[in-house]
Design a protein around this ligand. Structure first.
Ligand code: ATR
Length: 273
């Protein structure tokens, strides 16, 4: 029987996940399909019931359901419990097992470049759901300190509390000051949506230099304003599509137990931009 997988969220029309996963299934000749299924906020319970009825084999969970989905899981792995959110679910005869591949997916491009995180200083711009997974990832890699810059100070403070619980040193800065001090950090990560489909930069890049690694999780466009300016300043850059692809590959491996065909997935993804 064909196994069907789905990404659930709202909005979901422009999700790149169906293209990436269907390319992987096709490349390996697997009898599987991956669909985008819109579930509006507040309708997660009903949405899940209908997906269980068609014996959905697995799910990716995206905005706005990553946190709420936790209460519908029958079991959750350590990363889910740590972050308080899930993005990957396996359905075994109605028993839902949750995983979180955002954490590992974020770290993968850093590891691929053999960049050391231990004892480094991080400037994290943004304090939403994505930023929380990134704090957990850097905590695992034992960075020295995370400076959180965010438009809304209260949200930054919540994230800082979380980072402190994980044993990290922390500091808060506003977005303007962040631009002045960015160059003193080993990693500068944009976890806001600023730059997505617009020509804007979340912070000033004036202090960024060749000792910095600049990681933008925005992937549309590929060359965000932050990436373009950081490259001009000689920084090492990591693109948002690399995280997108890495978390997809990890989800694929959880569902199928097979090694994800990374290059086939990458070709399809980059072809979409
Ligand atoms: P996600 O789950 O993708 O992280 P989110 O939880 O809505 O989404 O978080 C979005 C992040 O982008 C937040 O840090 C948000 O800042 P606020 O906490 O102040 O809302 C940030 N963000 C979004 N639009 C922004 C803008 N125009 N300028 C600055 N920050 C912005």
């Amino acid at each position: 029987m064909t196994k069907t997988y789905a990404v659930i969220g709202d909005p979901i029309d422009h999700s790149l996940s169906p293209a990436i996963h269907n390319a992987a299934f096709a490349f390996l000749g697997m009898d599987c399909a991956y669909i985008a299924y819109k579930i509006p906020k507040g309708e997660l319970k009903e949405g899940l019931e209908s997906l269980k009825k068609i014996q959905i084999a697995g799910l990716n969970v995206t905005i706005p359901h990553k946190v709420e989905m936790m209460q519908f899981l029958n079991s959750a792995d350590n990363d889910c419990n740590l972050i308080g959110a899930t993005n990957t679910v396996v359905n075994e005869n109605g028993f839902l097992k949750g995983y979180n591949t955002d954490l590992g997916g974020f770290l993968e491009p850093i590891k691929k470049r053999n960049l050391e995180c231990k004892d480094t200083k991080v400037l994290l711009v943004g304090a939403g759901g994505a930023a929380r997974a990134i704090v957990a990832a850097f905590a695992r890699e034992k960075v020295h300190k995370i400076t959180v810059a965010n438009r809304t100070k209260e949200r930054a403070q919540d994230l800082i509390k979380f980072a402190n619980k994980l044993g990290l040193e922390t500091e808060y800065t506003d977005l303007v000051s962040a631009g002045n001090v960015a160059g003193n950090h080993n990693f500068i990560v944009n976890a806001t949506s600023v730059g997505m489909r617009e020509n804007a930069c979340p912070i000033s890049t004036r202090s960024i230099n060749s000792n910095c690694v600049v990681y933008d999780i925005v992937y549309i466009p590929v060359n965000t304003e932050l990436i373009v300016q950081s490259k001009e300043r000689g920084a090492t850059v990591i693109y948002g599509w690399e995280m997108l692809l890495a978390q997809a590959a990890l989800s694929f491996e959880i569902w199928t137990g097979r090694k994800a065909p990374y290059d086939a997935m990458k070709l399809t993804l980059l072809g979409r931009f």
